[in-house]
Design a protein around this ligand. Structure first.
Ligand SMILES: *[C@@H]1O[C@H](CO)[C@@H](O)[C@H](O)[C@H]1NC(C)=O
Length: 288
């Protein structure tokens, strides 16, 4: 969120078409005895979540959500997807009617997409507008499950080829899931965009889902314990998403067709041995 606020703050200073102040809603917390919003507004640095990077002074941190959105023309949502319902409930009726919104885990319609591209693009933050919002959104969520699987492979010291096979199966399940559950046409080309295969690779080699999953396989601690130890208690997206996806697959009788998503869920939450991660490579679901 702070990284994007930095980009937008600099862009609106350069381009005359946008309002000059960027209000950034910040969940208030105390850091080194000071309020995080005070630190950001006085020192222009989010010392907790983006240390070492100065924010432009036109980025103003606000802890009151209603106040942050009340005069907004454009809203940029940068929050874990679990919070979207609560946040939207809270701002309902408080946002100007004409305001446009985008979330960085979801995309929007084409004409607004181009407007947001202007707001967000920089020479080293390239934007591609893709006309397939549901698929982009699903890629952003589902890749985290695959990353947990990839992290299990790392923890089991499986080797590069096995890990690549897991990532490949994960991508196939992402495509199959999108084909079944998206309303519109699902284009394979979308998976070749940054939001698809590129983001998947990054997440499966860097990323905290992979890192915590590796520790899970090595140490035998629970996901919850590792979240406390490694992430200051913040929740991992991958395991939670696997639970949401598993519930849907079960309801639709599709569990057998998604062996990787299912294995990740069962290992995280149903005490299935992590070694069985690899058994999903032996089942060959017919994805058409
Ligand atoms: C938050 O801001 C709104 C709108 O400005 C105001 O009505 C409300 O009292 C504020 N809430 C708090 C807790 O300060």
């Amino acid at each position: 969120g702070s990284a994007v606020a930095k980009i937008i703050g600099n862009n609106v200073k350069k381009l005359q078409k946008f309002a000059s102040t960027v209000k950034m809603w910040v969940f208030e917390e105390t850091v080194n005895g000071r309020k995080l919003t005070d630190i950001i507004n006085n020192d222009h640095e989010n010392v907790k979540y983006l240390p070492g990077h100065k924010l432009p002074e036109n980025v103003v941190a606000i802890s009151n959500l209603s106040e942050a959105v009340q005069d907004a023309d454009l809203l940029v949502f940068v929050i874990p997807h679990q919070f979207i319902h609560r946040i939207c409930d809270e701002i309902t009726g408080r946002v100007p009617k004409k305001a446009l919104g985008i979330t960085l885990i979801k995309s929007k319609v084409m004409e607004n997409g181009l407007l947001f591209k202007e707001l967000l693009q920089t020479p080293n933050f390239r934007i591609t507008v893709v006309d397939d919002a549901d698929t982009v959104e699903l890629c952003g969520a589902l890749k985290n499950i695959v990353a947990v699987g990839a992290g299990f492979c790392d923890g089991l010291r499986c080797g590069d080829n096995t890990k690549a096979a897991v990532i490949r199966l994960g991508l196939m399940e992402m495509i199959a899931f999108a084909r079944i559950f998206c309303k519109g046409q699902v284009s394979t080309a979308t998976f070749l965009e940054s939001c698809g295969v590129a983001d998947l690779i990054t997440t499966c080699y860097g990323g905290r889902n992979r890192r915590v999953a590796e520790a899970f396989a090595r140490t035998g601690k629970t996901i919850e314990e590792l979240e406390k130890e490694m992430l200051n208690g913040q929740k991992l997206q991958g395991p939670q998403t696997s639970a949401e996806v598993y519930r849907i697959l079960k309801q639709k009788g599709l569990v057998d067709k998604f062996p990787l998503f299912t294995a990740v869920y069962q290992i995280c939450y149903e005490s299935r041995p992590v070694q069985e991660m690899l058994s999903c490579l032996q089942s060959h679901p017919e994805h058409t």
